[in-house]
Design a protein. Structure first.
Length: 142
């Protein structure tokens, strides 16, 4: 499918979690709709956070299967040198504005900035980056 000109959606960790847990039917619906005409991805940072969570719950085989199914349906984007440069720029801008962000959230936001992606998150902390990164919330039912 040709999705050129369509937005790239980068799911943050809580959004990916809502998909695999089923906590937000709204997020699952938006994912299905978006996969039809856009690229949907997660940062390798988000992938790492999700696998960390799974390591804390080794007995959660159903959750692990849901994670694997999600990662088959979407892309995982590598965190690279372009993302590192965006991180430096974004961190400096947020420091100057007095609006810090947790480190892993900052890495994910910088990755979205580097990719020119729309960041999908229910986390209110990402309002701090809205001047630099487009942030949308698909979890309208929470």
């Amino acid at each position: 499918m040709d999705v050129s000109g369509s937005p790239l959606y980068l799911l943050d960790t809580n959004t990916a979690g809502y998909i695999v847990s089923g906590r937000s039917p709204s997020v699952r619906n938006r994912l299905r709709e978006s996969l039809a005409g856009s690229v949907v991805a997660v940062s390798a940072i988000t992938e790492a956070e999700i696998y960390y969570g799974l390591e804390l719950k080794p007995e959660a085989s159903r959750l692990r299967a849901a994670v694997e199914k999600l990662f088959e349906a979407i892309e995982v984007r590598a965190w690279d040198s372009t993302a590192a440069r965006a991180y430096g720029r974004l961190r400096a801008l947020l420091k100057a504005a007095g609006t810090p962000l947790e480190e892993l959230d900052l890495l994910i936001a910088a990755h979205a900035l580097a990719l020119g992606a729309v960041l999908v998150s229910h986390d209110q902390a990402f309002h701090n980056v809205a001047a630099f990164v487009t942030v949308v919330d698909w979890a309208t039912d929470l």
